[in-house]
Design a protein. Structure first.
Length: 191
């Protein structure tokens, strides 16, 4: 029998400790790396809070000296009936407003879709602050289902004075493959 070599055991122990420390450091570094990747790609946002928007909300004051007409428009690409409950509203900049859109799935099976907003004039998009919007994620409606979706927003009081009308237009697109279509039922086995 050969005697254990204490030098090699000590060397092995040092190597194992270095590996353990490196593994711990790598695991610890993954959290900020993951957050940065999610932030850059826009997927799986962990907090959903926008510090700039929160600051604007704290400092928002309603400008009662002027009004802006907001027109609501709805377009669709797919098997939907989609429309706003009101065509237009007159709002004061800084005023918190809620409008609803009706969405109906005209198919007999689940369909997924997502709304994409656009603004006219285009510069108005910088001053149109949505706090709640169905456009932020995909929606799945069952066959024949009807839903109402709120949009909660305010127009920033910093909106240029010459902008007196804003059109908020949503186009609702079908997202192919996002909603599983029902499979045809197999015939019952015969005994």
């Amino acid at each position: 029998m050969s005697e254990p070599r204490p030098v090699s055991n000590a060397t092995l122990l040092r190597k194992l400790l270095v590996v353990a420390v490196l593994m711990f450091g790598f695991g610890w570094a993954l959290i900020p790396i993951y957050r940065k990747i999610c932030e850059v790609t826009g997927i799986n946002i962990l907090t959903g809070k926008d510090p700039a928007l929160e600051a604007r909300l704290r400092n928002t004051q309603v400008d009662t000296t002027r009004q802006v007409v907001i027109e609501f428009d709805a377009n669709r690409q797919g098997p939907w009936r989609f429309k706003p409950r009101v065509n237009h509203l007159s709002v004061h900049p800084g005023e918190l407003v809620t409008v609803e859109y009706d969405l109906v799935n005209l198919q007999d099976h689940p369909v997924a879709g997502q709304a994409i907003p656009s603004y006219a004039p285009m510069l108005a998009g910088r001053y149109f602050n949505k706090l709640e919007c169905f456009c932020l994620k995909q929606q799945i409606l069952q066959g024949g289902e009807t839903r109402q979706f709120p949009v909660v927003f305010f127009v920033d009081p910093q909106l240029p004075q010459d902008v007196t009308q804003i059109t908020l237009s949503y186009t609702f697109f079908e997202v192919p493959g996002a909603a599983a279509k029902p499979q045809a039922q197999a015939p019952a086995p015969r005994s």
